[in-house]
Design a protein around this ligand. Structure first.
Ligand code: ADP
Ligand code: MG
Length: 299
């Protein structure tokens, strides 16, 4: 059996420029002892995370638990205070964000970050600048290489818009698109860079149940068809339980526990963390806010 499978042509003609990884239990992303302090406030500490290549891994936990901060450290959006981060065995902490991206880490944001006055197609084109090689002068002079790369970039952007299910939006301004489509567009922009790992920060936020089911289907295709490992922060338990192989639970800046969906669902501590109460106290004592975060399905 070879180490890598031959390049893959997807049913819709999308050609991967690298082989699909063989799913393995070796961690693609390995985080050791991660800590982030903002001034005197410790947002996360002692965070160990091991994300298996080819897996879908969910991170859950109440608001303020430090989930986004962990993403921000991994993607070099903020510098960690302590800890080590490895991608495919290579140390990536301390590298600038664009270099981490070049290593194959892509993400979306809890609050959608698109260029609102650009079209969907243009937003995806922005995501693949690292694939382009024509120089500034070749671009100015409209060289053959520049025109060829430009045409290829547009075709590739269209393929990814189709892949996430919004080809009909190509010419629409991002700010005119429904929220669910904006979230899909952000995923297309992240994928077009050809990442090894895609980190989604609350992708189902603001989605209705039907959109949530479509998101589950999209994440499964991202893993199976593109060979991209997926880590998602998510409050919608229906989405999490349907799509994740493993779940890590954050609470108060640390990892509370990790396990399979079945193990996490059965773990009393997880429910307590969300409801903000100790065993034995009545559920009525919990504020409605964390209950809303649960979004049904686990309790
Ligand atoms: N840039 C920042 N500056 C100061 N405090 C921050 C910053 N980012 C996050 N925090 C704080 O870190 C804690 C964890 O936040 P966050 O990682 O966003 O949690 P989660 O994503 O789990 O809801 C919160 O108390 C938050 O206010
Ligand atoms: Mg967050």
């Amino acid at each position: 059996m070879p180490d890598v499978l031959p390049p893959n042509r997807l049913p819709d003609g999308l050609l991967l420029d690298r082989p699909l990884p063989i799913p393995s239990r070796a961690p693609l992303l390995d985080v050791r002892g991660l800590k982030k302090a903002f001034g005197g406030m410790i947002a996360i500490q002692n965070v160990d995370l091991s994300i298996a290549e080819g897996s879908v891994h969910a991170i859950i936990g109440p608001n303020g638990a430090g989930k986004t901060t962990a993403f921000n450290c991994i993607t070099a959006f903020v510098p960690p205070t302590a800890g080590r981060i490895f991608l495919g065995g290579e140390r990536i902490d301390g590298l600038p964000a664009h270099v981490v991206a070049r290593h194959g880490v892509a993400r979306t944001y809890q609050n959608v970050r698109l260029f609102p006055n650009m079209t969907a197609l243009e937003n995806v084109l922005v995501g693949q600048h690292r694939r382009l090689h024509a120089t500034f002068w070749e671009a100015i002079l409209g060289s053959g290489r520049f025109r060829r790369e430009e045409a290829e970039a547009r075709a590739r952007a269209m393929e990814y818009l189709a892949f996430v299910g919004i080809p009909q939006r190509a010419g629409d301004l991002a700010r005119h698109m429904p929220y669910g489509d904006q979230r899909r567009l952000e995923i297309a922009r992240a994928l077009v860079a050809g990442p090894r790992i895609l980190m989604l920060d609350e992708p189902a936020a603001g989605m209705n149940p039907a959109e949530g089911r479509a998101l589950v289907e999209l994440i499964e295709r991202i893993r199976a068809d593109l060979g991209v490992t997926v880590v998602l922060i998510e409050h919608h338990m229906r989405v999490v339980m349907a799509v994740a192989e493993r779940i890590t639970v954050f609470n108060r800046g640390a990892i509370l526990t990790e396990g399979t969906p079945g193990e996490i669902q059965a773990d009393e501590r997880v429910i307590e963390a969300y409801l903000g109460r100790r065993s034995g106290q009545v559920a009525a004592a919990a504020s409605p806010e964390p209950q809303r975060q649960m979004e049904a399905g686990i309790a």
